[in-house]
Write a protein that binds this ligand. Sequence first.
Ligand SMILES: [Zn+2]
Ligand SMILES: [Zn+2]
Length: 272
Amino acid sequence: MERIDCHTHTYLSNHGRGTVDEVVSSALSKGLTMVALTEHLPLPDEFNPDGTFAMDADKVDLYLEAIESARRAHPQIEIISGIEVDWRVGAEDYILERIEPFELLLGSVHMLTDELGNSWPFDHPDFIEGWYQRGEEQVWQQYLDLWIQAVSSSASFDIMTHPDLPKKLGFKPSFDARELYHAMAEAAAKHDVMIEVNTSGLRKTVRELYPAPDLLAAFSAAGVPCAIGSDAHRPEEVGRDLDLGFEAMRAAGYHVVTVPTRTGDRRTITLR
Ligand SMILES: [Zn+2]
Ligand SMILES: [Zn+2]
């Protein structure tokens, strides 16, 4: 079966390793036919106080040039210049002004903001106490609200990544999550956005793919196209665990993997 990876990072994230060329070379060594570079879109300083959440604003040109040069060096693989957008309350205009140069937009929610404007990175181990202060149901509900804002925003995301990221540190919904999952699936279907099976969850505390089987089944039932990505933050992670992702998609009722292209069209790979 053809293998691709829609979600990778480099040292330019300020929290990953490896160059664009090393990511592409790793993809080639694993027999992939397409790799999307999807670095974290720069954020306003107040949302990225120590600079480690996203690419520096003055590195975007360097990033795009590195992708161009990798294309020249490796014409045998399709290389998409993508970006992962961390959707944040208060940063919407900043984001919308900066997404134009990229061929693929990944939408994600990594941070919740309270009524006082304080942000909390719910997926960061150093800030885990926020879960105990807020309670699990409240966190998931706030996440859902922001996720739906992102899906329906004028950014028109191509793919919503790691759709149930809040479980990363192990906080899977212990309540009946059917309504939550249904709302996510309905929103994704309504706005014709793809979702992604993201294999990086296997490498985190939760030790499972994003999304959970029940959520993936809800997306499948709603007819939401599904892509796949490793969310590699170092070159050796590119293309990791794709087979487990394909297996989860089959189990959820999918027959094809949906693949974005440089032109914005989608194609499919039959799941075998
Ligand atoms: Zn992410
Ligand atoms: Zn990512």
